[in-house]
Design a binder for this molecule. Structure first.
Ligand SMILES: Nc1nc2c(ncn2[C@@H]2O[C@H](COP(=O)(O)OP(=O)(O)OP(=O)(O)O)[C@@H](O)[C@H]2O)c(=O)[nH]1
Ligand SMILES: [Mg+2]
Length: 196
């Protein structure tokens, strides 16, 4: 019998220069606004607190790579849209994210996290347009769904999906706090990484 997916997950490296990252045969990555919950979701998927999280935006400042096997990795990226630091520093963050995304031929999917309550911001839409232009496989997932009242969930999901050119079921809908949708996303990620 095979071990549960990601039971061998481990931190590999924290790196600001995407050109220096080690290569894996299969990889998935998480992008999104600062504080949207990327690192929290990675911890939930890997069932281990490997990624550092914080209630203040700008926690993840480098590219953090976690291996789930000798062949496969999960990558946590700094968030965008948080106006901290000098313009040079902010430009550096954009370069880090873009530098990573353009250098990884084994990238199986980029998960774009959206705040379920806020919906897609201009930067989220720009990220999706950029991913489409770069022909990178992506999927949008709304997180913090526990912050949306159940009576409003269907309307919020529809209003978040449409600006991204998606139908409501195509937009993932999860909560790390309530552990909603996390098992399904783990199964999907494991499949993409050849760990299922
Ligand atoms: N209510 C709720 N809070 C969440 C959820 N997921 C994450 N959070 C909280 O959101 C805050 C930010 O989480 P992080 O995982 O650090 O966010 P991040 O996207 O990695 O942020 P940066 O590294 O700054 O880009 C933390 O206080 C988390 O506890 C969720 O599903 N529901
Ligand atoms: Mg983070």
């Amino acid at each position: 019998m095979r071990a549960a997916p990601f039971s061998r997950a481990a931190f590999v490296v924290s790196e600001s220069d995407p050109a220096r990252l080690p290569f894996y045969a299969a990889e998935i990555a998480f992008v999104g606004r600062s504080n949207v919950g990327k690192s929290s979701l990675i911890n939930a998927l890997l069932r281990k607190d490997l990624a550092r999280t914080s209630s203040t935006p700008g926690r993840t400042r480098t590219i953090n790579l976690f291996s789930v096997s000798p062949q496969a990795a999960v990558v946590d990226l700094p968030g965008y849209g948080f106006a901290r630091g000098s313009p040079e520093e902010r430009a550096g963050w954009g370069a880090m994210i873009e530098g990573y995304l353009t250098r990884r031929p084994s990238l199986r999917r980029v998960y774009v996290l959206i705040d379920a309550k806020v919906g897609p911001t201009d930067l989220d839409r720009r990220m999706v347009v950029w991913l489409q232009a770069a022909r990178l496989p992506w999927r949008a997932v709304a997180t913090k769904a526990d912050q949306v009242k159940p009576a409003q969930a269907a309307a919020r999901r529809r209003d978040s999906a449409i600006p991204l050119g998606l139908t409501p079921p195509e937009l993932g809908w999860i909560s790390v706090v309530e552990r909603r949708g996390v098992d399904e996303l783990r199964a999907e990620a494991a499949q993409l990484l050849g760990e299922a």
